[in-house]
Design a binder for this molecule. Structure first.
Ligand SMILES: C[S@@+](CC[C@H](N)C(=O)[O-])C[C@H]1O[C@@H](n2cnc3c(N)ncnc32)[C@H](O)[C@@H]1O
Length: 336
């Protein structure tokens, strides 16, 4: 989450910074707090009276000092989405039901996790070597297909679920390499950890954490992969910045994700089911690429784009024609 405090240094502006910092600490949320004090910059937000508060690009108050309760409510909106996502995927992990990218029982449009995964680009061989229970049919593409992993590399999987891509990556990087999976849903981490244990994967480590604030060291990763996860984050800007931070210079990122081709209807945007189902948290493709570039990535491009295998996700759309697509997007952290 990005929080901007607009103010020219007046006592109320300083008080707002204090209140926001305290609230962020109390809520223990991943938030970047930025002070904007140049009048021209402040006016770019359309704000004429300070102090003002901007949360994830939206001005939530201007010209008055809000209470901590109000601040908490504004900051909670992103957290609320994450809570819904966490609850949804905890259910999927516990029930181990195959359900493509979302826990609503109608989302799969029929078909097993294996069928879904084959449709989105996994081979029979891939699916036969992973531990049973690692593939929940939750992806929207196969990020490994184009990742060209090499023996000895360190791979990070953002939103690793039950571990499907971690295990496939682990086979490719071998014993000299390492795979770290990060997921914010404890039930998913538990499931993936059990899967790793039962199949004897020694080069896979699962970490509970938020991809908006990665529990990973700076400059330590060769390749980042992710499958149908970043659309679920309310703060994609932080996700890309964090991905950039943890990659080694010259490291690469290969993301499989849902992006929008056109804005969604309002009713879909507001539907919690469509959010958990990887539809309404998605952003326009160009905006996605722009955020990656802002984070510092170079050579950002869409490598592949397909509607195959994501038809079920459009169940929530009355007229789904050409609104969403599954894209494989790549980028690199420039070598210094
Ligand atoms: C659609 S599933 C995909 C799982 C896995 N990548 C796969 O292909 O099987 C989304 C996963 O992302 C996780 N997730 C969503 N938002 C996250 C966040 N902000 N930080 C960490 N994990 C997140 C969820 O807990 C869930 O396990």
């Amino acid at each position: 989450m990005k929080i901007e405090i607009l103010g020219t240094g007046c006592p109320k502006c300083r008080k707002l910074t204090e209140l926001v910092t305290e609230t962020v600490n109390e809520m223990a949320i991943a938030a970047e707090i930025v002070k904007v004090d140049r009048i021209n910059d402040i006016m770019n937000y359309g704000v004429m009276i300070t102090p003002a508060l901007v949360v994830d690009g939206k001005v939530v108050v201007a010209g008055k000092l809000p209470s901590k309760d109000e601040i908490r409510k504004w900051l909670d909106q992103g957290e609320d989405k994450k809570r819904i996502v966490r609850e949804g995927y905890a259910r999927v992990a516990k029930e181990s039901g195959s359900c493509c990218c979302g826990p609503s029982s109608s989302c799969c449009g029929g078909g097993s996790a294996k069928d879904i995964s084959k449709k989105i680009g996994y081979s029979d061989k891939d699916l036969s070597v992973v531990p049973e229970g690692a593939n929940l049919g939750l992806g929207c593409g196969n990020p490994l297909a184009l990742a060209s992993l090499k023996a000895g590399e360190t791979v990070l999987d953002l939103g690793s679920g039950a571990g499907l891509d971690c295990f496939l990556a682990a086979d490719r990087v071998g014993n000299g390499g390492r795979v770290i999976g990060v997921d914010m849903t404890p039930e998913m981490i538990q499931k993936a950890t059990e899967n790793a244990k039962k199949s004897g994967y020694k080069n896979v480590e699962l970490r509970l954490g938020d991809i908006e604030k990665l529990p990973v060291e700076d400059n330590s990763i060769d390749v980042i992969i992710s499958n149908c996860v970043i659309n679920l984050s309310p703060d994609k800007e932080s996700v890309f910045k964090e991905a950039f931070r943890v990659l080694k210079p010259g490291g690469r990122v290969l993301l499989s994700d849902i992006v929008l081709l056109k804005e969604l209807p309002q009713a879909v945007k507001q539907s919690p089911d469509a959010y958990v189902g990887c539809v309404s948290g998605a952003i326009l493709k160009d905006e996605y690429l722009r955020l990656m570039k802002i984070a510092g990535f170079a050579e950002v491009k869409v490598v592949e784009e397909t509607a195959a295998g994501i038809e079920h996700m459009t169940d929530t759309l009355d007229d789904n024609a050409g609104l969403i697509t599954s894209a494989k997007i790549s980028g690199v952290k420039p070598a210094k």
